[in-house]
Ligand binder design. Structure first.
Ligand SMILES: [Fe+2]
Length: 220
């Protein structure tokens, strides 16, 4: 399927009063998400329109290099916020369902996973992504100083925690304690059903890949 323009989506979280994340913060945050969609579209369009028979390829600086790199920043800015806004607006509480099962098994207890993800949130400069690995079926808390750093291939994000200052400074101030209070608020608003739907899709993708890799090759 050829590439098509990204369009910012609407999310149920914007029709609710969140507990500890203000409407103003959410509305300002949404504008950043719209900006990422716009710039991802602009970069992708430029990349499609370059005349590759003529354009310079240069590893120090070239428009091709600059747009290619910034495209990943814009695209993952869009994707991460899509998940972040998508799983806000819930009732929070303890993780439930399959996510709780996997987190329990991986971290020797759901409480230990929560401790680990909250500590990761204090060690990251931009994002914490909880991802499901399509190769081995494990969960891992990835730290990202920006959205296009340090995630790995074949990882499907199931939970995205934005810890950039824009996510919490207006509500809690710029200190580490303020960030900690925001992270607590984030988990009070999480929709675990949404997280579990993401995980369900990821597990289905793994099952599909596993099955296709063991199928006998067709007879010649
Ligand atoms: Fe953000």
């Amino acid at each position: 399927m050829p590439w098509d323009e990204l369009k910012p989506r609407q999310f149920p979280a914007f029709d609710k009063e969140l507990d500890g994340i203000s409407k103003q913060t959410m509305e300002d945050h949404y504008k950043l998400y719209e900006g990422y969609a716009k710039k991802a579209n602009e970069c992708r369009k430029r990349l499609n329109e370059f005349d590759y028979s003529q354009i310079e390829g240069n590893q120090v600086y070239s428009p091709l290099r600059a747009v290619s790199v910034d495209y990943t920043f814009a695209l993952l800015g869009y994707k991460n916020h899509d998940l972040y806004f998508g799983h806000l607006g819930g009732n929070g509480g303890e993780p439930t369902g399959r996510f709780a099962e996997l987190a329990d098994a991986e971290f020797n207890g759901v409480a230990k996973w929560q401790e680990a993800v909250k500590k990761a949130a204090s060690a990251a400069r931009g994002w914490v992504i909880v991802g499901y690995d399509l190769n081995d079926g494990s969960l891992f808390n990835y730290i990202g100083d920006t959205q296009n750093l340090w995630a790995v291939y074949n990882m499907v994000p199931v939970l995205a925690l934005d810890v950039y200052e824009h996510a919490y400074v207006a509500d809690y101030g710029p200190t580490p304690d303020g960030r900690g209070e925001y992270v607590e608020a984030f988990f009070r608003n999480i929709d675990w059903d949404h997280v579990n739907r993401q995980l369900e899709q990821a597990e289905a993708a793994k099952q599909g890949a596993d099955q296709s890799s063991v199928e006998e090759p067709a007879a010649p």
